[in-house]
Design a protein around this ligand. Structure first.
Ligand code: FRU
Length: 328
């Protein structure tokens, strides 16, 4: 993430007077001047899907740290929806009463689309982070390319399995774009390897405990697998812990996504996991885009896509050096 920030200077069109649909902070459709949002400073709010898992802890901390640098320019407020879409809908509606200029939203799932679009329709600049909504009413999206990450994972697994074997795919939260894209990208590649069979595992909601419980019951069925592909690292760790509690012969490969925790990189180094793909947290850039929007500068790209990187045994040490502030 840190090496992406200098790019920001190139990412903006200065002094634009309107967004893609006339929705912007210079001439907001709600009729307020950018300086007069809440008190004398404009208000930037952040609705986070949940603040409980490791990836989101990094996400929250980096967003706040960046917002602190802009304390003179705007007031920043964040709220955690604890993984509940109804909470997030209420939080967004409550934020709206405070008349924010910019709203950062990391949607819990697609069912928060309406609340987000309502905010956008009222003239708030909406920056979607990580997960998408189902409509087009937002100012800017910042996040990884989940489909591409799925494809990269597919290539990695197919190569490691020499084009032959059975993969258990443990799925993230249903009704979430990241889940669908990580599955679709993976399947797109795997379908070109007729020797690889994929078992569609349960929705384990991106949670370690759920994946551990699921893997425990899956292993009891005695079905042989050569690889676990989990839609995030927490679930890959959960599956590995279940395997370790009841190992049956040669361990399958374990592949996850996020690479935000030292625990995962250490597991890769010790051979407990095989690979993960970095899913950079988008909050710091979200704050920078918010700051620019408040100055009337719109991002050149409506969708800002953050790159991924493969972390495996060969790259683990370099990854730790390049990313010294991972979660424990
Ligand atoms: C956290 C998380 C991450 C994942 C992202 C996908 O809630 O599950 O682990 O990469 O959300 O939206």
């Amino acid at each position: 993430m840190k090496n992406l920030l200098p790019l920001l200077a190139l990412l903006f069109i200065a002094g634009c007077s309107s967004g893609h649909d006339g929705n912007n902070t210079s001439t907001p459709s709600n009729g307020n001047s950018p300086q007069a949002s809440s008190g004398d400073k404009p208000l930037v709010v952040f609705s986070q899907a949940n603040s409980q898992d490791p990836w989101r802890k990094v996400f929250d901390a980096t967003t706040k740290a960046e917002a602190d640098k802009h304390a003179a320019d705007f007031t920043y407020e964040a709220q955690d929806a604890s993984g509940k879409s109804e909470n997030q809908n209420n939080i967004i509606d409550t934020f709206m009463v405070k008349n924010p200029k910019v709203m950062l939203v990391s949607p819990n799932d697609l069912s928060v689309t309406k609340a987000v679009e309502k905010a956008f329709d009222k003239g708030v600049s909406v920056i979607l982070l990580d997960r998408d909504i189902s409509g087009e009413k937002y100012t800017c999206y910042i996040g990884g390319d989940n489909k591409q990450i799925g494809r990269e994972a597919g290539k990695y697994v197919a190569t490691k399995l020499n084009g032959k074997g059975t993969v258990l795919m443990i799925q993230g939260l249903a009704n979430v774009t990241a889940t669908k894209d990580r599955a679709d990208g993976f399947m797109e590649v795997i379908k070109t390897f007729p020797g690889i069979k994929v078992i569609a595992g349960d929705d384990c909601s991106f949670q370690r405990k759920k994946a551990r419980d699921y893997m425990e019951s899956f292993l009891q069925k005695g079905e042989a697998i050569d690889c676990v592909y989990a839609h995030n690292d927490e679930m890959a760790i959960g599956a590995r812990l279940a395997w370790d509690a009841n190992p049956k012969g040669k361990a399958p490969l374990f592949v996850g996504i996020d690479a935000c925790q030292k625990e995962v990189v250490d597991m890769i180094k010790s051979g407990k996991m095989d690979a993960t793909f970095q899913y950079p947290t988008p909050g710091a850039m979200g704050i920078q885009v918010a700051a620019e929007l408040l100055k009337g500068n719109k991002p050149k790209e409506r969708r800002i896509i953050l790159p991924t990187v493969l972390v495996d045994k060969a790259s683990a040490d370099k990854y730790l050096t390049d990313n010294p502030n991972l979660e424990k």
